[in-house]
Design a protein around this ligand. Structure first.
Ligand code: ATP
Length: 256
């Protein structure tokens, strides 16, 4: 990667993730630049999701996993027991493959987590609801039905609501695990436009199986195979002139 004048928000050093004895992610060192979209690609089972989830310590919730190496965030290694995961996950939020709004009103989906974090000022909450719904391009569609159930929204709208819910926590980094794979092409396009507009303020790390999506949306692409980070370069380079033959084989569909 080009090391000049780049601010990194997150950096892994020799990060390995084990399920029991099986090393699903193998000593991955990766610097994640600020205000960029980073796509994680690679064949099924290569460890993309496992790596992504480890970045906000989601692995800690699953039994049998262990993680070695460092995850540097704001000058400290967050891969340690003393870290308050509840607070960390505000700063490094996660959006899942399948939209998972709470069974609550549209408005409550955004205010509920904030209230749990101690914010009760009604005016301020209202302001945040509007602000984050505007950011994900949903405000005009829902402003007259904020008290209706979030489950009444379409899949694409629900996913934008889930992104808005993460934004309300004022994260630095948003992790996304195939955020559009459960959506139709039009909703996918809308989400892609949303993500593109968000990167001026946030860093987005996204797992995607859709190489065309990685090519059109991301600034950097990381190619994984069998748990190893094979190549990590600007997306234009990965797709036109990759350093590694394995990357080329994958990109061109010649991957056995
Ligand atoms: N909870 C688990 N327990 C044991 N092994 C697991 C678990 N989750 C994932 N694995 C294994 O770890 C490896 C990496 O899985 P992971 O889901 O991270 O891959 P992936 O690249 O995201 O795959 P996909 O693209 O299919 O979602 C795979 O071999 C998988 O079988």
């Amino acid at each position: 990667m080009d090391e000049t004048k780049t601010d990194y928000v997150l950096e892994t050093k020799d990060l390995s993730v084990f399920y029991g004895d099986f090393e699903a992610v193998k000593r991955v060192s990766m610097k994640i630049p600020q205000n960029k979209i980073i796509a994680l690609v690679g064949p099924s089972g290569c460890g993309k999701s496992t790596f992504l989830k480890s970045l906000n310590l989601m692995h800690d919730t699953a039994e049998g996993r262990s993680v070695t190496g460092e995850i540097m965030y704001q000058g400290i290694n967050i891969n340690q027991r003393a870290i308050n995961q509840y607070i960390l996950r505000k700063k490094i939020g996660m959006v899942f493959q399948k939209p998972n709004p709470f069974k609550m009103s549209i408005q409550k989906n955004i205010t509920f987590p904030l209230e749990r974090h101690g914010l009760h000022d009604k005016e301020k909450l209202q302001e945040i609801v509007q602000d984050v719904l505007i950011k994900v391009g949903l405000w005009e569609e829902v402003k007259d039905k904020l008290s209706e159930s979030a489950l009444s929204l379409s899949g694409g709208q629900q996913q934008r609501l889930c992104i808005a819910r993460v934004l309300a926590m004022e994260p630095d980094i948003i992790l996304m695990d195939e955020p559009t794979s459960a959506l139709d092409p039009i909703s996918t396009k809308t989400i892609e436009m949303t993500l593109d507009s968000l990167k001026s303020q946030y860093t987005i790390v996204m797992v995607t199986h859709n190489l065309a999506q990685a090519a059109r949306l991301s600034d950097y692409t990381a190619f994984f195979s069998y748990g190893e980070l094979i190549e990590y370069n600007p997306t234009s380079k990965v797709f036109t002139d990759p350093d590694k033959e394995l990357t080329n084989d994958y990109i061109t569909g010649d991957f056995g």
